[in-house]
Design a binder for this molecule. Sequence first.
Ligand SMILES: NC(=O)c1ccc[n+]([C@@H]2O[C@H](COP(=O)([O-])OP(=O)(O)OC[C@H]3O[C@@H](n4cnc5c(N)ncnc54)[C@H](OP(=O)(O)O)[C@@H]3O)[C@@H](O)[C@H]2O)c1
Length: 321
Amino acid sequence: MSLSLNHIWTGIEELQKLLKSLEQPFEFAVLSFQGNEVVININEITDTAKCFPSIVISPNPMENLNGLHSRFEPDSLTEVHMRKCSNVTEEQISFLKQYIPYALLPLYANKEKRTITISHFAQSLDGKIATAGGDSKWIGNRENLVHAHRMRALCDAILIGSNTLIHDNPALTVRNVTGNDPIKVVIGKSNELNFDKLLENNARVIYFTDNKNNCLTSNVETIDASTSNGVIDSRKILKTLYTKGIHSLYIEGGSKTASNFLVNNAIDVIQLHIAPMIMGSGIVNFSLPEISAINESISFKKFNFTPMGEHVMFTGEVKRR
Ligand SMILES: NC(=O)c1ccc[n+]([C@@H]2O[C@H](COP(=O)([O-])OP(=O)(O)OC[C@H]3O[C@@H](n4cnc5c(N)ncnc54)[C@H](OP(=O)(O)O)[C@@H]3O)[C@@H](O)[C@H]2O)c1
């Protein structure tokens, strides 16, 4: 197919928006690329779609697809089978395989009645995400940055811990791709937090804290999450977000934040962008309670490694305990 990846991206991103408001049961979607326009039909194969390059996305096997170009069957949160393809390049196939599952996040969340979570880190070969002093720019490469922005566009919200806000002062937007900026969620109680950059362009910011005395601008939606030990239960955060209509969450660190989610059995997918460097010291990706046997490690139902420019990305579906 003579389509650019950006064109395919538009299709994936628009499909996801459509699925958020879908009321009928989803059987399949047909994305047909009509010139510069992407037309999406749900549960319907139109004659027009047969005249244009088209992609069918169907979690269930479908046989009656004469005239349609390519068919992808998403099998889980990270896996997609390609059943039929014509005129699709290897580059297009890996792109589609990478992002089709996340386009279907609204369906998974609806089925499970909970917020689906994806944790992402850019790390060194020895699992470090920042120096001890907090420098993390740039472990990942350009491809990873664009990937992270695509993931932000496909998730309802993005979450970070207070140290990441203090060290990185990120914007958490999707500025490298087309799509909507996610809602931004911060956890912590530090008095040093500055939300100005997050709030740019009237962004919605939610702040979970057990520091009632923290004086914040009224533009930040503050959620009082009092705890006895200072650690807010990740599952409670997810429940609150779900009731607010946030059904997919991209957790962008740092270590303490993502580790709390993992300890609470509250991460569905882990994406680790692995850069060819050894730091030898610094902040580790996940820091969990000590185990005494290898078989107590966190393991994965499914996993794969995909190239990211000259780097590689591990994607794994966490085996829930
Ligand atoms: N390479 C990468 O992909 C990547 C991504 C993100 C960040 N980073 C780096 O990681 C470093 C920060 O990581 P970090 O582990 O030090 O900090 P962090 O995870 O960003 O923030 C930790 C803080 O967030 C709050 N917090 C997190 N989970 C909480 C919970 N369940 N309940 C209550 N509070 C919670 C606490 O804040 P209070 O202390 O305020 O209570 C905690 O001290 C930075 O250097 C940043 O640059 C790297």
